[in-house]
Design a protein around this ligand. Structure first.
Ligand SMILES: C[S@@+](CC[C@H](N)C(=O)[O-])C[C@H]1O[C@@H](n2cnc3c(N)ncnc32)[C@H](O)[C@@H]1O
Length: 218
């Protein structure tokens, strides 16, 4: 792979499908285990939004779409998502969930239309040069009063290391809330640091993952 290839091109050109292939063989038992242990789901499920299709939920980098499926089933929300992986999109569509191929800096959604925007472990894979575009897209598609839900690797200072599955790519780690909360319209509603391996606190900072809910109120 050439060094000047962006990460999103790599994911659009096969790395997304590779992720899907590695993770797509979940049995029903694994699926239930994943759902029951996803640290983000309980925080999203408790958000004060109507239990019907007036509530629009969009996940960026939805992978197999398990989180979206659960939110649709539990709260009857109108859910959809994007992923650079065609295999992921085909799979999610086969579960009757709207989905398109795409990446975080260009969302196929109308302005002011989303109540809950989810980034589930995808921002760490996004190009650093896209971060302003990504924040701007979120701001564009979110309704005036709405929510952002993020789970991702956390660090108090930005750094990158080699992406475990492909050494030419990087995993970028930082405090993702800072992409939004510098702006007066965005406030942290819920934020906690947990272990990447277990859904509970750890004193091992190398292992920290953050789960964050941000309110847009303007
Ligand atoms: C670690 S998986 C997480 C999948 C799912 N959200 C979850 O929480 O299980 C990361 C996903 O992000 C997707 N992805 C990678 N780069 C992306 C980008 N620039 N924009 C949107 N999604 C991206 C990958 O294809 C992959 O499906």
């Amino acid at each position: 792979m050439k060094n000047n290839t962006s990460q999103k091109e790599s994911f659009l050109n096969g790395e997304g499908d590779s992720w899907f292939n590695r993770n797509s063989l979940l049995s029903e038992i694994d699926y239930r285990y994943w759902i029951e242990n996803d640290p983000l789901l309980p925080l999203v499920l408790e958000l004060p939004c109507e239990n019907n299709s007036n509530t629009k939920v969009f996940e960026v980098g939805m992978g197999q779409g398990m989180r979206l499926t659960e939110l649709k089933n539990k709260r009857n929300w109108d859910v959809s998502g994007i992923d650079p992986s065609k295999k992921a999109v085909d799979h999610v569509r086969s579960n009757q969930i709207k989905s398109e191929i795409g990446t975080a800096e260009k969302l196929p959604i109308k302005d002011n239309s989303i109540d809950i925007l989810i980034y589930g472990f995808c921002l760490y894979l996004c190009d650093v040069n896209d971060l302003f575009l990504i924040s701007n897209e979120a701001n564009r598609v979110l309704k005036k009063y709405s929510w952002i839900a993020i789970i991702d690797f956390w660090s108090s200072y930005p750094f990158s290391n080699v992406y475990f599955h492909e050494p030419t790519l990087k995993s970028y780690k930082m405090d993702r809330t800072t992409m939004f909360t510098w702006h007066p319209n965005y406030k942290i509603y819920n934020h906690k640091l947990i272990s990447h391996n277990e859904n509970k606190y750890t004193d091992n900072m190398q292992d920290w993952v953050s789960v964050s809910i941000i309110r847009k109120n303007g």
